[in-house]
Design a protein around this ligand. Structure first.
Ligand code: DQA
Length: 144
């Protein structure tokens, strides 16, 4: 089964971006791990990252058309984008929300709400990049 892992703005700088919060794994390394973790549990994983909201909406719309399960780290869009909210609402297959840090426990108030959560079968936050593995396991579990 095909699964999309979609990462939003600033996640392309993983490894260099605030490593004390997001760790030292780069986005390329994260993508490799996700493909490996997926193949171990029978998932064909494709990982993408964009800093452009319209591109993310297009990817989510295509996932809705194809009923493809999605693991989504919408990054900062999580906290304010109604375009992402509306795109997630259209998904047919399971959506799992993932965050590397736990934004709901961080000091900035704006991180405490999510437009993705209402549409997600699970929210995984604060487990570093292992959270992506947990998200893929949840998708595989729901499919089985
Ligand atoms: C994040 C948390 C968000 O609050 C933040 O804007 C990000 C990354 C995470 O993975 O911890 O860019 O989604």
């Amino acid at each position: 089964m095909k699964v999309l892992v979609l990462n939003g703005p600033n996640l392309g700088r993983l490894g260099r971006r605030q490593p004390e919060i997001y760790g030292t794994t780069t986005h390329d390394e994260l993508a490799e791990r996700c493909v490996e973790w997926g193949s171990e549990i029978g998932l064909e994983v494709e990982v993408r990252q964009t800093n452009h909201e319209g591109v993310m909406v297009d990817w989510l719309n295509a996932a809705a058309d194809d009923a493809t399960p999605v693991v989504l780290n919408a990054a900062a869009w999580t906290h304010y984008s109604y375009a992402i909210y509306d795109a997630c609402a259209q998904l047919e297959a399971p959506l799992v929300e993932v965050h590397i840090s736990d934004p709901f426990q961080r000091p900035e108030e704006f991180r405490h709400s999510s437009v993705v959560s209402p549409h997600a079968v699970a929210v995984i936050a604060g487990h570093g990049i292992q959270g992506y593995r947990m998200a893929l396991e949840r998708i595989a579990h729901d499919a089985g």
